[in-house]
Design a protein around this ligand. Structure first.
Ligand code: PLP
Length: 378
């Protein structure tokens, strides 16, 4: 390592990011981020935040007042939901069909909740019948938590059906939409989702490090009725909202210094999504998945998830017998500037994860990925 005064500016290469995230960032988003930094209480910045809130509401298809971007990555969005809503001793049904369902379980236990885990095999969607049985067996459960799009396997669960079950059993739903937002159908109000979080770095194709979050009026009521203070000062939404939402007198109070330039980037990425139109963005992901699927199957690669439960934006395929996982990914990176993802958790060393997220879900990316794979696997 050079002594500090001799270190050169960092110059990353231009990679094509087709892993599980971060995804390729829109050029317009990178440009937005480099605009002049202004104060986080500057009236012009505050006006931008009002627009940002309505852009997040559009992306989530919600009118929830408590809608904002947490100044931290998706994991902090997850933690925001659990730490604000679950009180010690409360029971949460947690669906686990991959890495992120397990992370939800850990969150529940860290806030002092009781996690009742409903397990599905890795690569399968959450089974609504198993969830229904768990809800019947646990009439005292207060929440149902699940991952809409499990990035570790590429499985899509039926959020509409699961949230309807939660309602039938008087539970609030907590939904992970880190990989689903912008890539597949997601309708927060229509499906009755109570608490939802996402991440900036997947199908929004924004820079990493921000987490859009939204709470329904019922979730806000639950938060306000807490008997114990929210354990985390930073993530306490009752405090954060003092900054995100102008109070009745129209003033915003300082909570933390907002990541000003990153929020410009999120504003731009959500603006691009709205300009394209949500339905068209969902369709583009589905179309590009079909092109990729045909090509991968022509190369003899087998999908981890059955077609009915498969996410278009995250394609997990088994690594063929006798192929060196790390060597292939290194060749793709070094010779093609192409990043695909390794397997995670139970799929480590067994699968590759090919992302088609946001700006990355384009025909030229699909073509490059298929050509590169064909050449390195020959
Ligand atoms: N949930 C899911 C489904 C994810 O895919 C991820 C990240 O890949 C996370 C949560 C955590 O997000 P982050 O890495 O931004 O903290």
């Amino acid at each position: 390592m050079l002594p500090a005064p001799f270190i050169e500016p960092f110059s990353p290469p231009r990679r094509i990011l087709m892993g599980p995230g971060p995804s390729d960032v829109y050029p317009e988003v990178l440009a937005a981020q480099s605009k002049p930094t202004i104060g986080h209480l500057d009236p012009l910045f505050v006006g931008m935040m009002d627009e940002l809130k309505s852009l997040i509401q559009y992306a989530f298809q919600t009118t929830n007042e408590m809608t904002l971007a947490v100044s931290a990555p998706g994991s902090a969005g997850m933690e925001t939901c659990f730490v604000n809503l679950v009180e010690p001793g409360e029971k949460v049904i947690v669906c686990r069909n991959g890495v992120f369902g397990e992370r939800m379980r850990q969150n529940v236990e860290r806030v002092g909740g009781i996690a009742v885990v409903v397990d599905n095999e890795w690569g399968e969607a959450v089974d609504a019948d198993l969830v229904a049985s768990a809800l019947v067996a646990n009439p005292d459960a207060k929440f149902l938590a699940f991952v809409h799009a499990e990035t570790s396997t590429g499985a899509l669960s039926d959020a509409k059906a699961l949230c309807a079950l939660a309602k039938q059993h008087d539970c609030l739903s907590i939904v992970d939409a880190v990989t689903s937002l912008g890539g597949v159908e997601l309708r927060v109000d229509e499906w009755g989702i109570d608490a939802i979080y996402s991440g900036s770095q997947k199908c929004l194709s924004c820079v990493p490090g921000l987490s859009p979050v939204s709470f329904s009026p019922a979730a806000v009521e639950k938060l306000k009725a807490r008997q114990t203070p929210v354990q985390s000062w930073f993530l306490d939404q009752t405090l954060v909202m003092g900054y995100w939402d102008a109070s009745s007198d129209g003033k915003r109070s300082y909570h933390h210094t907002a990541p000003v330039n990153a929020l410009y980037a999120l504003h731009e990425s959500l603006r691009l999504l709205a300009a394209e139109g949500l339905e068209l963005a969902w369709q583009r992901h589905a179309d590009m998945h079909q092109v990729l699927r045909h090509g991968l199957q022509r190369l003899g690669l087998r999908f981890v998830v059955t077609e009915a439960d498969r996410l278009p934006q995250l394609n997990a395929v088994y690594i063929p017998e006798g192929i060196d996982d790390a060597k292939i990914r290194k060749q793709l990176l070094e010779n093609y500037n192409l990043e695909i993802g390794a397997g995670l958790g139970a799929l480590a060393g067994k699968a590759w994860r090919i992302g088609l997220m946001g700006y990355g879900a384009r025909r030229e990316n699909v073509a490059l990925c298929l050509k590169a794979l064909e050449e390195v696997l020959a």
